[in-house]
Design a protein around this ligand. Structure first.
Ligand code: SAM
Length: 404
């Protein structure tokens, strides 16, 4: 069997260490090259680099390889400051400069929007970013016997760690106090501006965290954005949009602990939050009290099961689903009640593009702004602003669908 690389040919015995040139990065931050016209994804390799690789997997459609030696190094490559880099699968982009990481994420969003939703790249705004390391306010540790740490890439094998560069410094200190006792996962969280720590050693079952001047109670199982600095920038943008659009009645779908609705509650008449995690709804009700947000109401349940709550009285819907995106019944209902404005927050551009493709039937996409919520990884958050197409509401009033 022969492999052809850049018009050179190797036989199978010589091929153990192939030399290839990397064309570009894929959406997971892996280098792309071709071997005998078959695509090959190369871990830890950057565009234009010439690297020696070892193939670790072959399927009908692609090869997967690791870099064994860098022969020609990219000027965008940085030294990786983490001792666990070859074991832990967390920081897929730690070898790329932070500046290029932000460019990569912007391009990734543009490509995905274009490919899956035919969205023009002109409407993708500049990415919002902060610092590359020490931004995480939460870590989930896995334990097994005396081992405590993070899972290795695509496996349940634990790499013991004493610190993580993505993590808030004070949580790294706390990490040293954790003793593995059970086979259960251990969750550590830290409150923004309060430095309160939720951990098995201090027996708190909740902490208080601030975003802007709003105060939030967070318990172990409730969702809270992992990067508090970027979250504040994102919530400020949402608040600006709500004020510009003069929103009055707002749906806060997939509301978690009620964070977004509470952040903007003074600007609107009322907010209805829907959330499927019981602890998060309990926290949302406490957060309502903590912030005197008397115009906020919370309902426990899956949004797709509570679509009767989504009525035409709402002029704005803030939508912040998990990676899987929106259930088709939720999209159907939004297209039926047609709030004038949608603000869609997403942590997965692929499911976002899928949903925008359907929402485009009645909505104009004003813009999409990427947020680097998860520095050094390939993940990217997006804030999309949609407005009802002109004429759609009038058309529905005429047909008797819309009554105000
Ligand atoms: C990305 S988080 C957003 C939380 C919140 N908006 C925030 O910014 O903190 C998604 C939330 O949706 C909740 N969730 C997941 N599936 C759901 C569903 N089908 N219906 C309602 N909530 C759901 C999760 O528990 C989680 O709190």
């Amino acid at each position: 069997m022969l492999y052809f690389i850049k018009s050179m040919c190797y036989n199978e015995i010589e091929v153990r260490n192939l030399t290839v040139q990397i064309e570009k990065l894929d959406h997971y931050g892996r280098g792309i090259t071709r071997i005998n016209d078959k695509i090959c994804f190369v871990e830890n390799a950057l565009p234009k680099e010439i690297v020696e690789i070892k193939i670790i997997k072959e399927t009908k459609k692609y090869f997967l390889a690791t870099t064994t030696k860098i022969i020609k190094k990219s000027e965008d490559r940085t030294d990786i400051p983490c001792p666990y880099t070859n074991q832990c699968g967390g920081c897929n982009l730690a070898h790329l400069s932070f500046e290029k990481e932000n460019e990569f994420k912007t391009e990734k969003v543009k490509e995905i929007m274009n490919k899956f939703a035919k969205i023009d790249s002109k409407i993708i705004k500049e990415i919002v970013y902060d610092k590359p390391y020490h931004y995480r306010n939460k870590i989930t540790l896995h334990t097994n016997g005396n081992k405590i740490g993070l899972y290795q890439k695509e496996s349940n094998t634990i790499t013991p760690i004493t610190k993580c560069l993505l993590l808030n410094d004070k949580l790294n200190e706390e990490l040293g106090n954790i003793k593995p006792k059970t086979k259960k996962d251990i969750i550590l969280k830290i409150g923004n501006k309060t430095d309160e720590i939720l951990s098995p050693t201090n027996k708190n079952n909740y902490i208080i965290s601030y975003i802007g001047n709003k105060k939030y109670k967070i318990s172990e199982k409730s969702f809270f954005q992992v990067n508090s600095v970027i979250t504040e920038k994102l919530y400020e943008e949402i608040k600006r949009i709500i004020q510009d659009k003069k929103s009055k009645n707002v749906l806060d779908l997939y509301c978690g602990t009620g964070t977004i609705g509470i952040y903007i509650h003074e600007c609107v008449d009322k907010v209805l939050g829907i959330e499927s995690c019981k602890e998060a709804v309990e926290d949302a009700n406490d957060n309502k009290e903590l912030n005197n947000a008397t115009n906020c109401t919370y309902k426990l349940g899956k949004v797709e099961d509570l679509t009767t709550e989504l009525t035409k009285e709402y002029d704005t819907a803030i939508i912040d689903p998990p990676r899987s995106g929106l259930h088709k019944n939720v999209i159907k209902k939004l297209l039926e009640i047609t709030p004038k404005n949608l603000i869609y927050i997403s942590c997965d551009p692929v499911t976002l593009a899928r949903d925008l493709n359907l929402l485009k039937e009645k909505y104009e996409i004003e813009y999409i702004r990427p947020y680097n919520m998860f520095s050094r990884t390939y993940h990217v958050e997006c804030c999309t602003v949609l407005s009802l197409k002109k004429g759609k509401k009038e058309e529905e009033v005429k047909n008797g669908i819309y009554r105000n």
